[in-house]
Design a protein around this ligand. Structure first.
Ligand SMILES: N[C@@H](CCC(=O)N[C@@H](CS)C(=O)NCC(=O)O)C(=O)O
Length: 155
């Protein structure tokens, strides 16, 4: 990578999607600036960079925006080769991507839309599904610090 890279992350203080990008940046030792957004009053720049979803996080690299946290991490992985986050083996890579997708589509969704936003029977069902989904993750992580082992890149 050339010395004068401009990397800016638009996120807010609490979003797990923003934080996963922070972890990837830190694990790879990439220097970056941060723009903390108020999601009830989004900045014109955020809306310009992510006009489709209007969500954080957005990473802007040398003026070029990338949206969606998992795609941002894939971009970091392809652009900064140091400290690979994904295993080398294609099958292991596919598994890592599977669990990332599972986390977003099953675990986070049942928690946010089921437990937090629903009530009564629907909420009880969401609690059961969330526990079931978390058990899958726990089983995968058992005895390991990361899904990949001691470091995110170990397979
Ligand atoms: N799939 C997206 C989800 C991002 C997301 O849901 N961001 C939320 C904060 S946690 C947001 O910006 N919400 C603002 C809105 O929906 O108006 C990703 O992985 O980046």
């Amino acid at each position: 990578m050339a010395a004068a890279e401009e990397v800016k992350l638009f996120r807010n203080w609490s979003s797990p999607f923003g934080l996963r990008v922070v972890w990837a940046l830190k694990l790879k030792g990439i220097e970056y600036d941060e723009e903390l957004e108020d999601l009830s009053n989004k900045s014109p720049l955020l809306l310009q960079y992510n006009p489709v979803y209007k969500k954080i996080p957005v990473l802007v690299h040398n003026g070029k925006p990338i949206c969606e946290s998992l795609l941002i991490i894939e971009y970091l992985e392809e652009t900064w080769k140091q400290t690979p986050l994904l295993p080398e083996d294609p099958h292991q890579r596919a598994l890592a991507r599977f669990w990332a997708k599972f986390g977003d589509e099953k675990v986070f969704e049942t928690m946010r839309f089921g437990i937090l936003l629903k009530q009564g029977k629907e909420q009880e069902e969401a609690i059961v599904s969330t526990i079931e989904n978390l058990k899958y993750l726990e089983k995968e992580l058992k005895g390991k610090k990361f899904f990949g082992g001691e470091r995110p890149l170990d397979s």
